[in-house]
Design a protein around this ligand. Sequence first.
Ligand SMILES: [Zn+2]
Length: 291
Amino acid sequence: MGSLLHNFFALQRMQLKNCNNITCLKIPFNLQQLKYLEVFHCSSLQVIEIEAPILSNFGFMGLRQVQLSLGVALQFKKFDMSFPGVVSYACTNLLSNLQYVEALSLCSRREIIDTPVLPSKFLHLKHLSVDLNAMTFSPTYDYYSLISLFDASPSLETLVLNVLQRKMLHESIVRDTSNLRQIPGHRHDRLKTVKIIGFSSAKSVVELTCHVIENTTSLKCLTLDTTTRHPWHSCLTNYSGKCLQLRADFLVEVGKGLLAIRTYVEPKVPFGVELNVVEPCRRCHDLEPLS
Ligand SMILES: [Zn+2]
């Protein structure tokens, strides 16, 4: 492996998968043509050092945090990272290498601390995806703190957030009488498409959604999906012709999420913006009407 990396000067694309014996990966400076690097499921990996000068597309997927050591001049165009805690890690440690990023995707099953306020902006970021899909996401995590990432991206065109939780323990907005938090943010005039998957009645999710609507003048389409989005779960696509039954407590939360949309989101959606609310199939599920 080491010899390959030091001798294949013309290497442009590299994918490393399930290499479980590697603890430290060094991508040397002499790989002057290397543009794409993907590192997936290398379970012992702790450190990745990248000195290849024109690497612009990077993907990493792992079950635990990896330490990234990046050449100062290195600038990514497309950057995908998945491990627990990656949102706060990227916002704290990788800003200088993400200044020119156009597509950023962060996937985390757990965040210990809220997303920090960013000292600089992602001026070129057009596509942002944050996937926090988990069985139960830490109930102390404030989804509203993601506005720091959103407001630091003035060129944003599409935003996809996945906040799906099978068992939601966050404070619900239903029957909460306190006001929604409102922080003035950057006025987005390029953002057209926003999709929130796993929309729930978690108060900080509703606040985040309202912040996005109120600070986006260019919005064309807002999708709020309250389902699990699993294709096998739908009677339209599986063999049995019946949806896989969702758990009763999940369906109760779906009902609360739909109520939160009707109460807090719908009245704020401007005329001309297409609002798509996705809910579990009514043919196979009894959705409790909440009011
Ligand atoms: Zn169905």
